[in-house]
Design a protein around this ligand. Structure first.
Ligand code: SF4
Ligand code: SF4
Length: 359
């Protein structure tokens, strides 16, 4: 069922929902942007529908609602520990299709990877329902969700379209039907983006030999001087999930305190540094190679259904060095095609040589 709801009534419905839910959406923070006099758009709790920024892409993803940048996990003393508490309320997140698809990737990493569920992720994730924000105009310049197959989703409880004075709402989850009982019924199902200005070709890496050659490509070296290893790209990514843990102690002997989960980045210089100073990815280029292959090769190899990257394009917009992730993927595609072509030529030469030998 779908309804047309005016702004005033929608705010009354939100108030009703707030009795049970915390409601999160992209919100504008004035003058908090990266450059002077620019705004920041990031996820925060809303109190009215006018708080929602629906016509601009958020700088940060909604992952922070359930996977915060820093999160208290538990408290400890010398001989016991106590789990941190979470709010009793359930969670509603207004999100675009790419981000809802991104949450599925996070679920895979936190709940299905290695046979152990991350309880701190799970206890928040179980509370979440999505309100799909329709996104149909082709997205923004940096979006490439269509290439990544993440432009559509049916994983939502409500879907909304923002109109000038009204909100169109589709209800898929019976829990919410009663709230809209007196509203005007209309025909509405959300439309999805079917083409983006930015497109990527994902290289098909079908052998370990090819992977080894990709590992040694010169293209990675070009990032050594350009990428400053700031990790901004991973901070905004809906599918990046690396973290470290940090003990904050309350006493001088360090035996009473709290443990926090803090987001980390594979693009940081010290990410793979181990005791004794051993490091697996010393250069920015090596780290870019790891990130790129993780997003468009090895996640899918391991979990089968889909690539990790959903093509939201936030990493592009956030990079202070203007490094484009779709351009990196396309560059890798071209390099892989060249490697495959060279291999075919070599095979042909070998075949011709063996025919000559038979003669
Ligand atoms: S890698 Fe970039 S485009 Fe892909 S999901 Fe992450 S932020 Fe979005
Ligand atoms: S945001 Fe740009 S400069 Fe910073 S780590 Fe990512 S690719 Fe490198």
């Amino acid at each position: 069922m779908s309804y047309c709801v005016n702004i005033k009534r929608m705010n009354e419905i939100l108030k009703e929902l707030q009795k049970e839910y915390k409601i999160y959406a992209p919100v504008r923070f004035e003058k908090r942007g990266r450059y002077s006099d620019t705004d920041l758009i990031r996820y925060a709790e809303i109190n009215s529908i006018e708080d929602v920024v629906y016509d601009e892409k958020s700088d940060f993803s909604p992952k922070e609602v359930i996977y915060p940048i820093t999160q208290r996990l538990f408290y400890f003393t010398e001989d016991e520990y106590m789990e941190s508490k979470v709010d009793d309320k359930k969670i509603l997140i207004l999100a675009r299709p790419c981000d809802i698809n991104g949450f599925r990737r996070l679920d895979t990493i936190f709940l299905k990877n290695g046979g152990t569920e991350d309880i701190y992720y799970k206890r928040l994730r179980e509370k979440v329902k999505f309100i799909l924000m329709e996104c149909k105009k082709g997205g923004w310049d940096s979006c490439f969700c269509v290439s990544m197959g993440s432009n559509k989703t049916d994983d939502y409880s409500l879907a909304i379209r923002f109109d000038s004075d009204n909100i169109l709402v589709e209800i898929k989850d019976n829990e919410f039907t009663g709230l809209f009982a007196n509203e005007k019924e209309v025909e509405f199902t959300p439309e999805f983006v079917t083409s983006n200005p930015t497109k990527v070709n994902i290289p098909e890496i079908d052998s370990y030999e090819l992977l080894k050659k990709i590992y040694d490509l010169d293209m990675w070296k070009s990032y050594n001087s350009r990428c400053i290893s700031c990790g901004a790209c991973t901070a905004v990514c809906i599918t990046c999930s690396c973290f470290t843990t940090l003990d904050v102690t309350y006493t001088e002997n360090g035996k009473v305190g709290e443990r926090r989960r803090v987001q980390a980045s594979c693009m940081h210089e010290d990410f793979t540094t181990m005791a004794g100073g051993l490091s697996f990815r010393k250069t920015a280029g090596e780290r870019m190679r790891f990130r790129t292959l993780h997003k468009i090769y090895d996640y899918k190899l391991r979990f089968k259904d889909e690539h990790m990257c959903v093509g939201c394009g936030r990493c592009d917009e956030r990079c202070p060095e203007l490094i484009s992730f779709p351009a990196t993927i396309n560059r890798l595609y071209d390099e892989v095609e060249k490697l495959k072509k060279a291999e075919t030529i070599k095979k042909d030469i070998r075949q011709t040589a063996s025919i000559e030998e038979v003669k």
